[in-house]
Design a protein around this ligand. Structure first.
Ligand code: FDA
Length: 370
């Protein structure tokens, strides 16, 4: 055995586990199939513009846990960015999630907070047993808001008509009855000052990392190489898809450099209408207001398209058939006591960064104290 741990994947779960194991005096090797560390959180400084580009979609760090905030601050300072999301519908721009400003602007009224509920009640349709997502949404927020802000966006995200999606996908569609437009309500929020790439480099300092190495190209070799393997790749792949593939939605990004100072005035603009092919436009320079003087006259815009690509899993679809397969794969994990499964791919769950860090810290504490 050459190492105590071989960590498969250098995303947040792998990097945090590796960092904790090394700090506890263990010998660790990280292997990563991409040509960079950091998983989907990775960002880099664009050499032409100096803008820090989030390669796999905008990533805002947010949490309410002192422990996780302090942990992240060991490896990076964070700026004071506060996330807000806007959405374009028929060439007009509204706040998202739907708030008092959205409702007032959309209907051309000036409701006050205590008037919103009865106004929405007059718009809702009484559908007691919604048969699909569309009916459920209409029963929650009414047909007008559904058709403007949910229908086209959902169809693009899922690649099908919302009438074909189960009602169970949504439990509620929150409507804020104030002008509050802050996207997250956590105590802490920010973007790493030097980008996520640098944060990962610091986390992995002193730990050997082999890039461009896929665990499955020589699985037996890596299993023999360490006392334990920490596996953060897709769960179904680990079991050679024995019970079938877990389904994921994927996204594709189209990046362009534009020689103007500011393209859209905000970091993320959603496009609600079904006839606009992309779901959002990201403009990463807005994530770093503290860099504005360095990045004048140029910007990077990134259009995000939703599609299916089995090799680029982004959002778990989680249909009942997926839950069945997931349960079978999870039951088989105990046959591999020398493998620690972790992270969003191995758990088949959408997880925010702070949740992954928390899970990795707990997994490392359990493992390293045993
Ligand atoms: P992650 O996928 O990052 O890392 C897994 C790593 O394993 C990858 O580097 C992969 O290449 C590697 N790997 C897989 N198989 C391998 C193999 N066979 N051999 C070697 N290496 C292998 N969260 C948040 O808090 N705020 C936000 O704003 C956002 N924004 C956001 C936008 C979009 C579009 C998405 C899809 C997700 C977010 N997130 C987010 C969530 C965030 O991306 C997520 O929490 C982390 O990426 C999870 O880190 P993991 O380590 O679990 O997976």
């Amino acid at each position: 055995m050459e190492h105590d741990y071989v960590v498969v994947g250098s995303g947040l779960f792998g990097a945090v586990f590796a960092q904790q194991a090394r700090e506890a005096g263990k010998s660790v090797l990280v292997i990563e199939r991409r040509d960079h560390v950091g998983g989907n959180c990775w960002s880099y400084d664009c050499p032409e513009t100096g803008i820090n580009v989030h390669a796999y979609g905008t990533h805002i760090f947010h949490c309410s846990s002192d422990e996780i905030w302090q942990y992240v601050n060991r490896f990076t300072g964070l700026n004071r960015y506060r996330h807000r999301v806007l959405t374009t519908h028929r060439d007009r721009v509204y706040s998202m999630p739907i708030n008092l400003g959205t409702v007032n602007a959309f209907y051309g009224v000036s409701l006050r907070p205590f008037e919103v509920e009865s106004f929405l009640e007059s718009k809702r349709e009484n559908i007691t047993m919604p048969r699909n997502l569309e009916e459920k949404a209409i029963s929650l927020i009414g047909r007008d808001l559904y058709e403007a802000f949910v229908k086209g966006y959902t169809a693009k995200q899922w690649g099908c008509d919302p009438c074909e999606l189960p009602a169970s996908i949504i439990n509620r569609l929150p409507v804020r009855v104030s002008y509050e437009d802050s996207y997250f309500d956590d105590r802490y929020q920010g973007i790493p000052l030097e980008g996520y790439g640098r944060m990962f480099e610091r986390m992995l300092e002193g730990i050997p990392v082999e890039l461009g190495v896929d665990f499955f190209d020589d699985r037996e070799h890596w299993m023999r190489h360490a006392k334990k393997v920490v596996y953060t790749g897709p769960l179904d792949r680990f079991f050679d898809y024995e019970h079938g593939r877990l389904s994921w939605r994927s996204v594709r990004f189209e990046r362009t450099r534009v020689d103007i100072d500011d393209y859209q005035g905000t970091s993320v603009m959603n496009y609600a209408d079904g006839d606009v092919p992309y779901t959002r436009i990201h403009e990463p320079k807005h994530l770093h207001p503290e860099r504005r003087s360095r990045t004048k006259g140029k910007t990077v815009v990134i259009r995000e398209y939703s599609h299916v690509d089995d090799d680029q899993p982004y959002y778990p679809v989680n249909f009942p058939s997926d839950q069945d397969k997931l349960a079978r794969y999870q039951a088989q994990q105990s046959e591999h006591p020398n493998v620690i499964f972790g992270g969003r791919l191995a758990q088949y769950r959408y997880l925010d960064m702070h949740q992954v860090i928390g899970a990795a810290l707990r997994a490392a504490a359990r493992e390293l104290s045993s």
